[in-house]
Design a protein around this ligand. Structure first.
Ligand code: FES
Length: 509
């Protein structure tokens, strides 16, 4: 089993061992340094190396440590942000281009799986989206029209292949599913086979421009002509942190009492919606259901999210046993489309890919294909569409404002009275809490042995206070989604530094 950025264990994570690194560092300036060992980084590294660039891939932990190890791996052209929204914000031509790009990715992954004989359970399927009341019927109808106009093969169906209650439903052909980590590993292996270099446990802490890009990771410095930040959200402080809102999404995998696993992809229209599929992993079938999304750091009792999701699964399926529960992070762009290209406010040699919503497998691969074209100087119509420097103040305005109202609220909350230290007495083992005392605050975690671990709750990114995430046993920042383990070590960008360690006994009388 590999590590991931939290306490829970995903279905994929449990069924794979550490990647057998086969490359050694070479002492020269790389053409491209890629930071991040998820699907975006690994695919980008592979494609660029294949195109003739000498590439170095740096991963802070291990390949698949982030959301690629926790995705539910839907390969769908029926995206989270509807074509109706994309069309309204960017026009129908853009909606069509996004639909084509998404379909191309499914074809690309299928081709890779065949060409390299990757045992990743790739399987084509249909997608069903279904409504359960009149309001949802209307919304589904207009989304279906927009999806058809964007070029998707959309049909209306009276019933679903699953016994799920619906008042209307659509069927979209040409979708797929797979196991993400075997696919990721094979691409990484092929990357190494053609001369690419991978370093794990190498967290980037500084980036400088000295004629070329110099990347510091611990005591090491690496030089490259170009830099790609495939870290889900860029590290450090950037405009994109105000244009992407971080969310957590929850998933469970279950064995069913009968062998009636869904063969296709399903999406309801609840808010947040549920997403359903199944996958065979190591000879066993699993139902995989996701949902219960919320903004990162905005729910402390995230165990409740798991319980609610499990209750939903039990209500709709004949469950023998829930085998896995896990959660993952995703970033919602304020105007509905990812940001792929040159990083705003940086030198021209720094590239970024972020804001994939819940479609990380699709957009991560689109990003890799687009970045390859950009670095090769090949014209690609997606370059302008996903340009991180695009200005869409009206399209993203309301989300932008409400998101930043949340950010502002966090600052105000710092001034409000909070629990005093004696309340730590009721802190259960395995739980954490931010407490306020006299002149300061502490984030305190009590481990299973009763020992207290205390750090400053002040996020090292832009100084919001972190919140406890009970399900993942992590400190999560509600402002831009940075996450830390109970000891304050960074789990997720954009923070690059650990929370400041504090000592309960020394600090509090
Ligand atoms: Fe930006 Fe914490 S992630 S302040």
């Amino acid at each position: 089993m590999i590590n991931r950025d939290g306490y829970t264990i995903s279905l994929w994570q449990q069924h794979i061992s550490a990647f057998p690194l086969g490359s050694t560092l070479q002492a020269h300036v790389y053409d491209v340094i890629i930071v991040g060992g998820g699907i975006t980084g690994v695919t980008t590294a592979f494609l660029l190396q294949e195109a003739g660039f000498k590439c170095l891939l740096l991963e802070a932990a291990n390949l698949g440590y982030g959301t690629t190890g926790g995705t539910t791996a839907h390969l769908n052209t029926l995206l989270d942000v509807s074509y109706e929204t994309i069309g309204k914000n960017f026009g129908e031509q853009v909606a069509r281009a996004v639909a084509v790009a998404s379909a191309n990715v499914i074809g690309f992954i299928e081709k890779m799986a065949q060409e390299y004989a990757i045992d990743c359970g790739f399987k084509t399927a249909d997608a069903y989206q279904y409504a359960q009341n009149k309001e949802q019927d209307d919304a589904l109808a207009s989304q279906a029209t927009a999806a058809t106009n964007a070029g998707l093969d959309v049909g209306r169906v009276a019933t679903l292949p699953l016994p799920l209650r619906c008042t209307s439903a659509i069927q979209v052909k040409g979708q797929a599913m797979f196991s993400p980590l075997p696919y990721l590993y094979e691409l990484a292996k092929e990357f190494e086979n053609i001369g690419g270099v991978i370093l794990e446990n190498t967290r980037v802490t500084n980036i400088e421009h000295k004629g070329k890009v110099e990347v510091t990771a611990g005591e090491h410095t690496f030089a490259g002509r170009k830099l790609v930040l495939a870290t889900h959200i860029p590290p450090g402080i950037n405009l994109l942190h105000l244009r992407c809102i971080s969310y957590r999404s929850y998933a469970v995998a279950a064995r069913l009492a009968q062998n009636d696993y869904p063969q296709d992809l399903y999406y309801d229209m609840e808010e947040p919606f549920h997403y359903i599929r199944s996958q065979e992993v190591d000879g066993e079938q699993y139902l995989i259901v996701g949902g219960e999304d919320h903004k990162t750091g905005h729910h402390e009792n995230t165990n409740l999210c798991f319980r609610q999701l499990e209750a939903w699964v039990n209500k709709h399926f004949n469950v023998l046993e829930v085998t896995h529960r896990w959660s993952s992070q995703f970033y919602e762009p304020v105007d509905g489309l990812p940001y792929i290209g040159q990083l705003p406010g940086e030198e021209e040699d720094v590239y970024v890919a972020t804001g994939f919503s819940g479609n990380g497998m699709i957009y991560g691969t689109i990003a890799a294909l687009l970045l390859r074209d950009m670095l090769l100087g090949v014209l690609n119509e997606l370059e302008m569409i996903f340009d991180p420097n695009r200005l869409k103040p009206i399209a993203g305005f309301s989300n932008f404002i409400s998101h930043n109202a949340d950010v502002a609220m966090q600052y105000v909350n710092k001034l409000l009275p909070a629990a005093s230290l004696h309340l730590l007495a009721d802190l259960a083992p395995g739980e954490g809490r931010v407490i306020k005392y006299e002149s300061g605050k502490m984030a305190v975690y009590k481990d299973e042995g009763g020992e207290l671990h205390s750090v400053s709750p002040v996020c090292t990114h832009l100084k919001c206070d972190v919140s406890w995430n009970s399900g993942e046993k992590s400190w999560d920042c509600p402002c831009h989604g940075a996450r830390y383990n109970p000891d304050g070590q960074v789990l997720n960008c954009p923070a690059t530094m650990a929370l400041e360690p504090l000592h309960v006994a020394a600090t509090v009388k």
